[in-house]
Design a protein around this ligand. Structure first.
Ligand code: SF4
Ligand code: SF4
Length: 346
């Protein structure tokens, strides 16, 4: 059995146990102030909506120092390099939403795969335990179920927690998660039926699910060449807000910040919505107008990532870009337009 319960009266001790020897992070604040931050065990709350920003910065900070270099005596070839990799503290995140954990697992395949491992991401990933809190009351902008996820989704989590009348129920999903629950004194229980029925109710509350399935079967080039892209991109400001808020977007730029005898190498979030992101040293830009850039964003989420990740879409339906886009460009409408693309006659 992989399910456990902790009664309301024992929750304070449970959170203390999580924080024992680890940094405990949980959502704090309300509305657009809600963010994951270091939390004393007695301050953990179950009453939050969703964090304003996605949690990707835990593993992929907005700005991150990769290394420092200096040349003390200004000699040719006299540079000394110092890695900024650190061992960091073991961390437990309590209360990440299933859509966001799924977003991290999609980005994880970019930062760690059979060809490449990003040591900066990996170090943080390996020392973090993720405990999700299921959404029993999804927000109006949430559409995880239409994107193949669930308010009780398990992808990217070590433990899925959910509210019960008298405390929390848990499903352990990895060995790390099981160990943590056992160490916290959780009691085994058969909760499979309860989870199934709560999940069905939460999915139901997201309303009618549009059918994006045709995108999966449409030819990539038919989607790419469809004439709707120009109209779809017309209002876009290329501000990049959608990509900065997205839990799966992972574009970055690396810059050296030099001083007289040394400097630091920084990695910063970047965005495919920016003209500068793709301009080549020659001045040529393969995505010269916003039509190509907007198409790239949606094709990446809904076609390129699924092709590379066994059908998993690069959008988790968290709804952040829908809420934050200043000109109301809505990925749900764009996905429907894509799904209606006319295939080239054979
Ligand atoms: S948030 Fe909206 S306007 Fe800004 S880049 Fe994204 S789609 Fe364009
Ligand atoms: S709803 Fe928008 S922000 Fe959220 S995962 Fe999908 S594309 Fe990213």
């Amino acid at each position: 059995m992989s399910e456990y319960i902790i009664k309301q009266s024992a929750l304070a001790d449970f959170f203390k146990s999580l924080a024992n020897g680890r940094r405990l992070l949980s959502p704090q604040g309300v509305g657009d102030k809600c963010k994951l931050e270091e939390t004393a065990p007695e301050k953990v709350s179950l009453d939050f909506t969703n964090t304003h920003m996605s949690p990707k910065s835990l593993l992929f900070p907005q700005t991150e120092r990769l290394m420092a270099f200096h040349n003390e005596h200004d000699k040719p070839n006299g540079y000394v390099f110092q890695s900024a990799l650190d061992s960091g503290e073991p961390t437990v995140v309590f209360g990440i939403r299933p859509c966001d954990a799924r977003g991290l697992s999609i980005a994880n395949k970019v930062f760690q795969n059979d060809r490449f491992t990003d040591p900066y991401w990996k170090g943080k990933f390996d020392r973090t335990v993720f405990i999700g809190l299921a959404c029993d009351a999804p927000l109006p902008q949430c559409f995880c179920a239409a994107m193949g996820g669930s308010p009780f989704g398990e992808s990217g989590l070590d433990v899925l927690a959910f509210r019960q009348t008298d405390g929390l129920g848990f499903k352990a999903l990895t060995d790390k998660g099981t160990e943590l629950l056992k160490a916290a004194g959780a009691t085994e229980a058969d909760l499979a039926g309860e989870i199934k029925s709560l999940e069905a109710k939460a999915i139901e509350s997201q309303g009618v699910k549009p059918n994006y399935q045709p995108i999966d079967n449409l030819d990539l080039m038919d989607l790419f060449k469809d004439p709707h892209w120009e109209a779809t991109a017309e209002n876009c400001l290329n501000c990049g807000v959608c990509t900065f808020f997205c839990p799966t977007c992972h574009c970055f730029d690396i810059q050296d910040e030099n001083s007289e005898r040394g400097g630091v190498r920084m990695r910063n979030w970047d965005t495919c919505m920016s003209w500068l992101f793709t301009v080549h040293g020659t001045g040529h830009n393969p995505r010269p107008t916003k039509t190509e850039r907007v198409r790239q964003r949606f094709m990446h989420k809904l076609k390129y990532i699924p092709l590379k990740q066994d059908g998993v879409r690069g959008c988790t339906g968290c709804g952040r870009c829908v809420v934050m886009c200043p000109v109301n460009i809505d990925i749900r409408s764009v996905a429907l337009k894509m799904a209606q693309t006319a295939p080239t006659p054979a």
